[in-house]
Design a protein around this ligand. Structure first.
Ligand SMILES: Nc1nc2c(c(=O)[nH]1)N[C@H]1C(S)=C(S)[C@@H](COP(=O)(O)O)O[C@H]1N2
Ligand SMILES: [Mo]
Length: 325
């Protein structure tokens, strides 16, 4: 029997909500400069050199920057991006994944692709990574809890994989299932979510070029706590849609049941597009705190519609986004 419980997503601290305008001069300068720059320009590279240099001690992964899909914002320091994580399979504290995810075995790894496709297949990691050229894309990821990061991800559009397996006319949705192994993941013992962690997209969302099948970040393979060896990154949706450590991708006629929606349907809808006009029942979604920026007293940033990716708006034309939140 499913026991009703309130959603475990953290309520922002009162101190995080303090609208105190204490700007730190250096950050202001960097932000201003980044606005006028192009990701990849000499100035931008200089400002972000430190972040790239501090990449985690993983294997390097070669990828060409896709400037058309890259924000020109200051990168989140690697230390923050790899120590402040949500990955409940390794615990619910932000520091748990970095502490516990070393037990995750990321090779050998296979991803099973099945359901409404003409060519179901099981791919090992190397074959999967060879489906298309790897690109580096600088995306903002906005957590439903009211914080965001800007990260140089490495991967390719999920559409490359979808075309390869040839969906049938019945394929209307894509479901992502992630690893749920008690032996490797201490958080699975807790009933905080119904395991395995499952997420899903409508077919046209999954085909959107922004939807990134991701293998690395900061020029390295993904650290375990960030969803190694393969995850999704969906920059226009709340972070929880970006499933980590994927083992199965299934094409379906019907909308899949997703972990957060099952856990608290009134709080987490199927679409979960970033939308500053639709508040979470327990907090506003109008602003966000950029992780790695100094302190809780810094003025929060405005959250942008679709997280600042207006090119996805046409996917939702005619839909009531308050109803389909
Ligand atoms: N399997 C799995 N994937 C997951 C989660 C999780 O708990 N388990 N958390 C999600 C949430 S809430 C967020 S905000 C992002 C965080 O990704 P990051 O740690 O790389 O920033 O991962 C998402 N993917
Ligand atoms: Mo999140």
């Amino acid at each position: 029997m499913l026991i009703k419980r309130s959603s475990p997503h953290a309520v922002p601290l009162a101190s995080e909500i303090t609208p105190q305008a204490i700007y730190e001069e250096r950050r202001k300068f960097i932000a201003k400069m980044a606005l006028g720059a192009v990701a990849g320009s000499a100035l931008w590279e200089m400002a972000n050199r430190e972040a790239f240099a501090q990449a985690p001690a993983g294997a390097k992964i070669a990828a060409k920057r896709n400037a058309a899909y890259s924000l020109a914002e200051t990168l989140t320091p690697v230390k923050d991006a790899t120590t402040y994580n949500n990955f409940y399979e390794f615990g619910t504290d932000k520091s748990d994944p970095a502490e516990n995810a070393h037990t995750l075995k990321t090779r050998p790894w296979t991803v099973q692709i099945e359901g409404e496709v003409k060519k179901p297949m099981t791919l090992d990691l190397d074959s999967l990574m060879k489906l298309a050229p790897l690109e580096e894309r600088i995306y903002r990821l906005r957590c439903v809890e009211g914080w965001s990061m800007v990260i140089p991800w490495v991967g390719f559009s999920l559409s490359n994989l979808i075309k390869k397996v040839e969906p049938t006319g019945n394929a209307k949705y894509v479901e992502f299932t992630t690893l749920a192994d008690k032996a490797q993941m201490p958080g699975i013992r807790s009933r905080v979510l119904d395991w395995p962690y499952v997420e899903g997209l409508r077919m046209d969302e999954a085909m959107h070029p922004l939807a990134l099948l991701t293998f690395g970040m900061y020029g390295q393979v993904l650290p375990n706590q960030n969803g190694a060896p393969v995850r999704m990154v969906l920059p226009w949706k709340y972070g929880f849609k970006s499933a980590k450590s994927i083992v199965k991708i299934r094409f379906l006629k019907e909308q899949p049941k997703t972990a957060w929606n099952v856990s608290a349907p009134q709080e987490y809808g199927f679409y979960s597009n970033v939308n500053p006009n639709v508040d979470h029942p327990r907090w506003s979604q109008g602003t966000e705190r950029r992780i790695g920026e100094d302190g809780f007293f810094k003025k929060k940033r405005e959250t942008l519609m679709f997280n600042g990716y207006p090119e996805v708006a046409s996917l939702y034309a005619g839909m009531d986004l308050k109803k389909f939140f």
